[in-house]
Design a protein around this ligand. Structure first.
Ligand SMILES: NC(=O)c1ccc[n+]([C@@H]2O[C@H](COP(=O)([O-])OP(=O)(O)OC[C@H]3O[C@@H](n4cnc5c(N)ncnc54)[C@H](OP(=O)(O)O)[C@@H]3O)[C@@H](O)[C@H]2O)c1
Length: 244
């Protein structure tokens, strides 16, 4: 299997860190990012450092961070084959209490971060005439929950799903594939210790683990004919709930 250079945003924690580990363990080159430099350095060490790993700290809503990620991938490893737009934030707040600054936080990190980091990598992928962009969405954009007030994060994640299809259409002729993976509740620091309380939202009656998502990110990266797809890795949560 061809060795790839993989950029993973938000890789100091949770899903992103496991995605980085998954590719590294299988012989690929990985460039990791997150906005907090010391958290990223800790993850870098935890992942073993080494010649197949590089890091770029920075806020992904600033396009310069994406440009540095791509420059690092090309300088150190010679290509930028896969971008995993994983960095993201999620919080709850009732709709009528959301002000512009709060909404902007989600649009900036989740939507603009994904948008501009992709804009930074596509010129390199065009030069290579190949590349894969994998966004991290959520089945909740098509499956609302009355008791969980998340209009701000869902507005940003819904836009990522739409962006996925449009980018896949615009760059398909250039052999650049663009997909979204939509996880159910995954055990990460994002949900603290209460995550298992949502087990019943999933037909499998359990929450997911970071490895469940990393495995699918890897599969999509290594495939050749998947593009414009929204792939749920959600234990069936998008289909129904395990409630008795
Ligand atoms: N966990 C779930 O149940 C679940 C379900 C569906 C979708 N997702 C999505 O999966 C992705 C990863 O979530 P997670 O659960 O692994 O969360 P997490 O453990 O909180 O990790 C989030 C990562 O994103 C980074 N980050 C946040 N804002 C950033 C910014 N502006 N620029 C660069 N990095 C930034 C964080 O690092 P710093 O703090 O250092 O910036 C951290 O490394 C998110 O997009 C999330 O919406 C998660």
């Amino acid at each position: 299997m061809k060795t790839q250079t993989v950029i993973v945003t938000g890789a100091s924690s949770g899903i992103g860190k496991e995605v980085a580990r998954y590719f590294l363990q299988r012989g690929d080159n990985v460039v990791i990012n997150s906005s907090t430099a010391d958290k990223l350095e800790t993850a870098f060490k935890e992942l073993g450092g080494g010649s197949h790993l590089a890091m770029v700290a920075g806020n992904i809503s600033d396009k310069k961070t994406g440009e540095k990620l791509v420059a690092t991938a090309v300088e150190k490893f010679g290509s930028a084959d896969v971008l995993v737009n994983n960095a993201g934030i999620f919080e709850t707040k009732p709709f009528l209490e959301v002000d512009e600054a709060y909404l902007d936080r989600f649009l900036n990190t989740n939507l603009k971060g994904t948008y501009f980091t992709t804009q930074a990598v596509i010129p390199q992928m065009l030069k290579q005439h190949s590349g894969v962009v994998i966004n991290i969405g959520t089945p909740l954009v098509h499956h609302a929950l009355a008791g969980v007030p998340i209009t701000a994060p869902m507005s940003s994640k819904g836009a990522i799903h739409s962006l996925t299809l449009q980018l896949a259409a615009e760059f398909g002729k250039d052999n650049i594939r663009v997909n979204t993976i939509a996880p159910g509740t995954i055990r990460t620091p994002m949900h603290g210790d209460d995550a298992d309380n949502t087990a019943g939202l999933h037909l499998l009656n359990r929450i997911g683990e970071v490895e469940d998502v990393a495995e699918m990110v890897y599969t999509v990266a290594k495939s050749n004919f998947i593009t414009g797809a929204i792939i749920n890795v959600d234990g069936g949560a998008g289909a129904g709930h395990n409630i008795s």
